[in-house]
Write a protein that binds this ligand. Structure first.
Ligand SMILES: *[C@@H]1O[C@H](CO)[C@@H](O)[C@H](O)[C@H]1NC(C)=O
Ligand SMILES: *[C@@H]1O[C@H](CO)[C@@H](O)[C@H](O)[C@H]1NC(C)=O
Ligand SMILES: *[C@@H]1O[C@H](CO)[C@@H](O)[C@H](O)[C@H]1NC(C)=O
Ligand SMILES: *[C@@H]1O[C@H](CO)[C@@H](O)[C@H](O)[C@H]1NC(C)=O
Ligand SMILES: [Zn+2]
Ligand SMILES: [Zn+2]
Length: 354
């Protein structure tokens, strides 16, 4: 047992120095230090600066978080409060996936990312890791909507489970814009239908346990989740302060509806979480932040599933994105092999623990 851990740990340590230099951006430490009184996950701040060997009461709760998002297997017994080698490996996998410096410790960047609100969809599943690279990813089996082209998917709002704070005309235009961003890059059309029962994509706002085994958790924490193709369920946590305009909504916990909608449509179409921080498909989103424009990583991922919309031109979409990617890409390219190794080692680790 022990040699395997050391082997895995060794690889991660090795790679942490060689793989991710492009991600260490000076001055980005402050990005998530918002005031978080009582929010879901704030409790985890107590684990700041802990590492292997630490024993802090409540650590088992953090292990549950890691398990929930795909970094730890379900244990045979309850999780302990000890920061053991298995947890260290999970922390490293998390750091690699979220493009944080891979230290294996709960440093401030890592804790800030952990407590930051995010999507409820798991980042990795044991088998999915094989397909994963350091950019976009798919769900296991690479599911997609299989329709004869030209493809049109219908969406509908739940007749019962909507919110009052955003009126129906605003709601409709938010989703129209979010769907049209994806439709502009792939040959798929989205149209709204009044018939919720028969719609391909079913949108609603729910509180707590709402019957799909993925209960929502109140203010911040998990914001929303959506299912992979061809399921179409598209759920938002009703407890959030969903906002269309930060000028009129001053709450510190306000969350941009359109940004989260755009992200979840990516899941509906078959994209899993990306490691590219700027991408719409990155798992976390700070409160009071708008992130609605598809990045090249999102576009490449979805076009690999559905092909390219004939009217789509890269040049018009994202000049700045492409140039910034080029700068980062140069540094990342030599480590592609190393990245594959991380994935394979992680995969073996999971197989071995099953
Ligand atoms: C924090 O949560 C506790 C219990 O959930 C509640 O009693 C308290 O009023 C909350 N405090 C704030 C500042 O929201
Ligand atoms: C796990 O913890 C729960 C609640 O603390 C306890 O009821 C249960 O007996 C524990 N199970 C094991 C296998 O230790
Ligand atoms: C989408 O709708 C537009 C306008 O109605 C139409 O021209 C186009 O062919 C449609 N594309 C697909 C893939 O259905
Ligand atoms: C919906 O809300 C927006 C912004 O708050 C407002 O401008 C618009 O008039 C409202 N529409 C309806 C139908 O109430
Ligand atoms: Zn997500
Ligand atoms: Zn749900």
């Amino acid at each position: 047992m022990f040699p395997v851990f050391s082997y895995v740990t060794f690889f991660f340590l090795l790679l942490s120095f060689s793989c991710f230099p492009a991600r260490i951006i000076p001055g980005s430490l402050t990005e998530l230090t918002v005031d978080r009184h009582n929010d879901t996950w704030r409790f985890f701040e107590r684990f700041l600066d802990t590492g292997k060997g630490s024993h802090v009461s409540g650590m088992s709760e953090l292990k549950k978080y890691f398990q929930r998002f795909g970094y730890l297997p379900v244990p045979n017994t309850n999780f302990t409060d000890v920061f053991d080698s298995r947890f260290e490996t999970a922390v490293m996998m998390y750091q690699a996936k979220l493009s944080l410096p891979v230290s294996g410790k709960l440093d401030s960047k890592t804790i800030n990312t952990i407590v930051s609100p995010r999507c409820g969809v798991s980042d990795t599943t044991p088998l999915e890791d094989v397909h994963e690279t350091r950019h976009f990813a798919y769900f296991y089996g690479k599911p997609r909507w299989a329709r004869v082209p030209p493809m049109t998917l219908t969406y509908s709002f739940s007749p019962e489970d909507m919110i009052e704070s955003v009126n129906s005309s605003e709601m409709k235009s938010v989703f129209e814009r979010a769907f049209s961003r994806w439709a502009s890059v792939i040959p798929v059309n989205f149209t709204e239908t009044e018939d919720f029962g028969s719609a391909d994509i079913k949108i609603g706002f729910y509180s707590g346990d709402h019957g799909d085994g993925e209960p929502f958790d109140g203010v911040l924490g998990v914001l929303a989740h959506a299912f992979s193709p061809q399921n179409g369920r598209f759920h938002f946590d009703r407890a959030e302060t969903w906002t269309v305009d930060f000028e009129t909504e001053k709450s510190r916990v306000a969350v941009d509806l359109e940004s989260v909608a755009t992200h979840e449509i990516g899941h509906i179409l078959g994209l899993a979480h990306s490691s590219v921080k700027e991408a719409v498909m990155y798992p976390s989103l700070s409160p009071r932040t708008k992130k609605v424009d598809l990045k090249r990583d999102d576009v490449d991922g979805v076009q690999a599933l559905y092909g390219r919309n004939p009217n789509f031109k890269f040049s018009s979409l994202m000049e700045s994105d492409i140039s910034s990617n080029r700068a980062v890409g140069l540094q990342i390219r030599p480590s592609r092999w190393a990245t594959t190794l991380v994935v394979v080692v992680a995969f073996k680790f999971f197989l071995w623990t099953r």
